[in-house]
Design a protein around this ligand. Structure first.
Ligand code: 5GP
Ligand code: ZN
Length: 141
C-alpha cells in the first residue's frame, strides 16, 4: 500500500517501506517498532510514526495515537514491566536528534552504568517565575 506521508530521502521512511532492512518487532497502520541498529543497551528499540515529520509537534494526532500503545506493547514484550527503562524522544540536533524522522526510543536500564545517561541541570524557580511561565503557555492553548 502506498503511503503518501513518507518521503524518498529518509532512512526511517525507507525502513517503513521495507526498502532497507530492519529488525521489525511490530507495526500498526500508523506506527512501526524496530530494534535500534546501535543499541545503547540490549533491547533498545524505536517506535516511529508512518508519517514523515522531523518534530513531534508536526505529527498528526491519529499517528501519535498509535505510538504509545505500541511502545507499551513492546515494553511489556521486552520484559520491561519487571525492569527499568527510559522512553525518550529528541527534537532537534541540539536536543540530540540525529535522524530527522520522529522516533521514540525505548531504552532498557539494566544497571546504573548501562542504558541512557541523563544530565538533569535543575534550577530553583520562584512562584512568580512559575506563574509567568504558566500564563505564557495557557494563553496560547
Ligand atoms: P536520535 O539521536 O535521532 O534520537 O536517534 C537516532 C537513532 O536511530 C540512533 O539510536 C541510531 O542508532 C538509530 N539509527 C540510525 N540509523 C538507523 C538505521 O538505519 N536502522 C536502525 N534500526 N536504527 C538506526
Ligand atoms: Zn521519514
Amino acid at each position: 500500500m502506498t503511503n503518501n506521508n513518507l518521503i524518498d530521502d529518509c532512512i526511517f521512511c525507507k525502513i517503513i517501506r521495507g526498502e532497507i532492512p530492519s529488525h521489525k518487532i511490530a507495526e500498526t497502520d500508523k506506527a512501526c517498532a524496530f530494534l535500534d541498529i546501535n543499541p545503547i543497551s540490549e533491547g533498545h528499540c524505536l517506535v516511529i510514526p508512518k508519517y514523515h515529520g522531523e518534530f513531534f509537534h508536526q505529527i498528526p494526532d491519529d499517528y501519535l495515537a498509535d505510538i504509545l500503545p505500541l511502545a507499551r506493547k513492546v515494553a511489556l514484550a521486552s520484559g520491561l514491566d519487571e525492569a527499568q527503562y527510559n522512553l525518550l524522544q529528541n527534537n532537534g540536533p541540539m536536543a540530540h536528534q540525529v535522524v530527522p524522522h520522529v522516533h521514540f526510543h525505548i531504552i532498557p536500564k539494566p544497571r546504573k552504568e548501562e542504558g541512557l545517561i541523563v544530565g538533569w541541570p535543575m534550577k530553583e524557580a520562584s512562584q512568580d517565575k512559575l506563574k509567568g511561565t504558566l500564563n505564557r503557555i495557557k494563553e496560547k492553548l
